[in-house]
Design a protein around this ligand. Structure first.
Ligand SMILES: NC(=O)c1ccc[n+]([C@@H]2O[C@H](COP(=O)([O-])OP(=O)(O)OC[C@H]3O[C@@H](n4cnc5c(N)ncnc54)[C@H](OP(=O)(O)O)[C@@H]3O)[C@@H](O)[C@H]2O)c1
Length: 289
């Protein structure tokens, strides 16, 4: 099985060159990020020009009770990929998260702003970033937020599922960010990969999200209102979605309140436009309904 971004990358990267796509159980090559010797061997045998790592330990709450496993997958494995990429003179493209920040304030974070993760997941993802930067000269690290797709586990699919079964829903309204589709992430990655095939000076961290901002509540309301138009028999009336503060919905891991990321560096470096978050959500809804 591939993750949300991994699945979309297989589509978007396929026209750019020979693609070797690996999951956890990939037969001929080891794709299990808990097997550090195995993934080093895979890189040596495949000898790629560019490695794109979309796998991660993404269970944010479970990571609080499995910090070693989260660290192995999110930090130690990317470090090995970075070391092996460096030996080959290859690029390493990797994904990170807004959860590396502490969520204070209300301004979109720059790549250069101080980090301060609140959770084990955020800390291990930050450690992965640092180890990649230390071990591999040619890297692209895309920090993104609130990823969704028509497949996989995500907020949009959960909300639609609840909307079919429940007549009331309470959703957090004080965490602000930008829902970002795996499709957009994969397409932007393909543009960036095309760019780095011919130049070495764009190495670095980039913030990459859809444009605009909302809360989880605003996102849920938009989803259910739009879904209701196409699918009127949904049980949940969007007016029955209640906005609640984060304290009213305790979770094992603390989440940042301010998940806004400033994407100007990405847009100007790669000459790209990032669409508003509503566009991608509307599109994925047509696939989900
Ligand atoms: N989802 C978000 O909201 C979000 C937000 C910000 C940043 N990101 C980052 O974006 C990237 C991709 O996220 P996503 O949303 O596509 O995640 P996802 O759908 O949860 O997919 C993660 C993938 O990683 C695989 N994986 C986990 N442990 C592995 C291991 N030991 N060896 C090999 N594969 C393993 C999973 O395989 P199994 O299915 O077999 O477990 C799954 O295919 C990650 O770096 C994540 O940190 C995600």
């Amino acid at each position: 099985m591939y993750g949300q971004i991994g699945w979309e990358l297989q589509r978007s990267l396929s026209p750019l060159g020979d693609l070797v796509a690996l999951g956890r159980d990939s037969g001929e090559y080891c794709g299990d990020l808990t097997n550090l010797a195995g993934i080093a061997d895979t890189v040596r045998r495949v000898a790629p020009d560019i490695i794109v790592n979309a796998a991660a330990y993404t269970a944010v709450d479970r990571a609080e009770s499995e910090p070693e496993l989260a660290r192995l997958v999110n930090a130690s494995a990317p470090a090995v990929l970075a070391q092996e990429a460096q030996k080959l003179g290859a690029w390493l493209v990797h994904y990170s998260t807004d959860y590396v920040f502490d969520g204070s304030g209300d301004q979109p974070r720059l790549e250069t702003d101080p980090t301060g993760p609140l959770s084990v997941y955020g800390k291990t993802k930050l450690e992965g970033e640092v180890l990649i930067q230390q071990n591999c000269e040619k890297h692209l690290i895309f920090r993104t937020s609130w990823v969704y797709a028509s497949r996989g586990a995500n907020f949009a699919r959960s909300m639609l599922h609840f909307a079919k079964e429940r007549d009331r829903l309470r959703v957090v309204d004080d965490q602000i960010g930008a829902p970002t589709s795996a499709e957009l992430l994969a397409d932007v990655t393909a543009h960036a990969v095309q760019d780095i095939k011919t130049r070495d000076d764009h190495s670095g961290i980039y913030h990459l999200t859809a444009a605009g901002e909302t809360s989880w509540y605003g996102y849920a309301k938009f989803l259910i209102e739009s879904a209701k138009v196409a699918y009127p028999i949904l049980k949940l009336d969007p007016r029955a979605i209640e906005a609640i503060p984060s304290e009213a919905f305790p979770t094992a891991a603390r989440r940042p309140l301010n998940s806004r990321l400033n994407t100007n560096k990405l847009k100007s470096t790669f000459n790209l436009h990032l669409p508003d978050w509503h566009d991608g959500v509307t599109r994925v809804l047509t696939e989900l309904l």
